[in-house]
Design a protein around this ligand. Sequence first.
Ligand SMILES: [Zn+2]
Length: 393
Amino acid sequence: MKARYQFRFYPTDQQQQLLAQLFGCVRVVWNDALAICKQSEKLPSNNDLQKLVITQAKKKPERSWLSDVSNIPLQQSVADLGVAYKNFFDSLKGKRKGKKIGTPRFKKKTGKQSARFRIGGFSIKGDEVYLSKIGNIKPVWSRQLPSEPSSVTVIKDCANRYFLSFVVEVEPIQSQAKNQSIGIDLGIKTFAVMSNGEKAISPDYSKKDRKIRKLQRKLARQKKDSKRREITRLRIARLHNQIADTRKDFLHKLSTKVVRENQTIVLEDLNVSGMVKNRKLARVISLQGWREFRVFCEAKSEKFNRDFRVINRWEPTSQTCSCCGYRWGKIDLSVRSVPCLNCNTEHDRDENAAKNINKVGIGHCHDSKRTWRWSKTTSVASVDEASKITHCP
Ligand SMILES: [Zn+2]
């Protein structure tokens, strides 16, 4: 299976200029090719497109500067557009799992920029990466590449940070899990409560959130296209990045632990539609966190040969006793602890839900004639609705 390995790097001033030029050319080639696709009734072939927007365009005075950069990322840009179209058509025909995707869009000058080099356009020598017509780059190697990469994408994000993102082939890891299975209940106050009683508290983003809101008010007052406005924009982008980095770090650690230790991982499908309406940042962040956590768990389950399951959110996981199966019905969200009237067990609400999620996930039916209506568990790949939620923007 394929995996991405990303490393930060710090280009020299000259490399920054060369990269800016390259990003610009890649963007123009993409946009020119997209404009042609949008006008034509039948999608032109990759070859024809390349001829039109690269080879022939270079001869025109208004596009002659395309010759100044490496040809490989330009060809890749056209090829990537082809893939974007294929994904769109596959999605239309229902051949592609996950959320419906739209038609490819024009790339903008502002925001994240990228250029992709295939073999032939880049090479790794020692701890340096050579990029065609850009020169040698020394990334911060935070870990070792497991195999020879097949491509590298150069990225400049909205906070002006530079990254190299390699695509490599990785083998699934064979390792024995400590426990058979785990159910996880995701929430806002406590990020995750596990069926074994463990809890994971989400990092606190409120300080940075307040700073962002303050800066956004400032940004709204500043003159468009002014230098000061650009500075404020960068500061906001950096804060957003810091929040995202903290969140990702937390989610990576948690998902790795969960997947390493358990053979079967069961999550509950989330009622996202009801939550998106609430625009409070805390909710937005936890929402992103849930989606990411699920994506991470799914990917790592593949990596570690684990079984990853998602159960239907209509399962009454918070309304039923995980010990005896007695169903007490709906209880208010503010009630954190529930005594079971049948077996007298005092339950922590979330832990009880996690235990039930685990039970439904592994399909153990300890008291079917009572109140449980066991529904089929489904792997994510086959559930359209489930994967929709994973891929929502
Ligand atoms: Zn009970």
